[in-house]
Ligand binder design. Structure first.
Ligand SMILES: [Fe+2]
Length: 345
């Protein structure tokens, strides 16, 4: 496995780049905007293909690199379903898996630092965001933080992992890089409490100043979505209502770019084909399934996904590849559901 822990001095943030092999797909956790060039250089040097960029929660101390990485690599952006971010490509929840070639992150919902805080388990290690830090825990006094929820996340979820599990947090300000569950049980001073009430009292009396970047970072991180209007302006988008009319037509094929788990949870547009976004280039390249379908039947391809981000990027990729009737459903299955479109399960 390729595993890189990268550090941003200005915010004390750790960013993790993961891949199962050189030349394979990669995933990045908690990227910092100012470091995006460095990440992409490393991705090139290791001959990787960045396919997913994940934030553990909506950060208050730095601007996320999610949007910039998506715009520069057309990767999928991922956050928890509670996030206030306007649009991310894919939202996950407890029990989901975030997969790339050869690697699987198991998703744990660990609120408390914020109400959209998640942890991700990868085999022998866990990425704890700002929920559990090395000899500390993330503050709980803003962004819908809740010390009791955090106590539950830590004591009833994270500390239930095997003692030897490695902890990789989102921040450290003392120079520590990694710990274990067993070590934190013994030596983390915040965990020397006997109850959720005692923990809440401790956390409610920290009297910390707000992060320096908070007034800039939070609004920027909420407005992370891809500007789908650009695609609409080019005439490459249809509304959910327009898509409902197109759905019955013989010269139209509707293509779902989401992953199987999303299809199972949220349902699909009846009659649509499944072609997951990571395989898009293959499907629209020479000899690809979608290219052949469009060429042999003259069908117009209408892409959709969860919120319209992957499908907007897919339209651009398809148009670049010469499929000039391709379009997408703006707002994805989310908009389709709001317009009372029929669903298949
Ligand atoms: Fe945080």
């Amino acid at each position: 496995m390729i595993f890189r822990q990268l550090f941003d001095n200005a915010s004390g943030t750790y960013t993790y780049l993961l891949a199962s092999r050189r030349g394979g797909e990669a995933l990045i956790i908690d990227p910092v905007l100012e470091r995006v060039d460095r990440y992409l250089q490393l991705v090139r040097e290791l001959d990787l293909k960045l396919v997913k960029a994940v934030d553990t929660h909506l950060h208050a101390d730095h601007v996320t690199g999610l949007g910039a990485l998506r715009d520069r690599t057309r990767c999928i952006t991922v956050m928890g379903e509670q996030t206030q971010a306007d649009v991310v490509s894919m939202r996950v929840t407890e029990g989901d898996r975030i997969e790339i070639e050869g690697l699987r992150l198991d998703v744990l919902y660990t609120p408390g630092h914020t109400d959209d805080s998640y942890s991700f388990v990868l085999g022998d290690r866990v990425f704890t965001g700002d929920t559990l830090l090395i000899r500390g825990t993330g503050r709980t006094d803003f962004q819908n933080g809740d010390p009791r929820a955090q106590y539950d996340s830590i004591f009833n979820k994270l500390l239930k992992l095997p003692d030897q599990t490695l902890i990789y947090p989102a921040h450290d300000y003392k120079g520590d890089t990694v710990s274990t569950i067993g070590e934190e049980k013994l030596f983390n001073p915040r965990l020397k409490v006997k109850s959720a009430d005692e923990y809440a009292q401790l956390m409610n009396n920290l009297k910390l100043p707000n992060p320096k970047m908070m007034d800039v970072a939070v609004p920027a991180n909420i407005n992370v979505g891809l500007r789908q209007e650009e695609i609409a302006r080019k005439g490459w988008a249809v509304t959910a209502a327009e898509a409902m009319v197109l759905r019955g037509r013989a010269d139209v094929v509707i293509v779902d770019l989401r992953e199987t788990s999303e299809r199972e949870r949220h349902g699909t547009i009846p009659g649509s084909l499944h072609a997951p976004y990571p395989d898009l280039r293959e499907h629209i390249g020479a000899g690809g399934m979608l290219r052949d379908l469009a060429a042999s039947t003259g069908k117009r391809i209408v892409f959709y996904c969860a919120f319209g981000e992957r499908s907007a990027m897919a339209v651009q990729t398809a148009q670049d590849a010469g499929l000039n009737t391709a379009c997408h459903i703006q707002g994805g299955i989310d908009a389709w559901k709001k317009a009372n479109g029929p669903l298949a399960r």
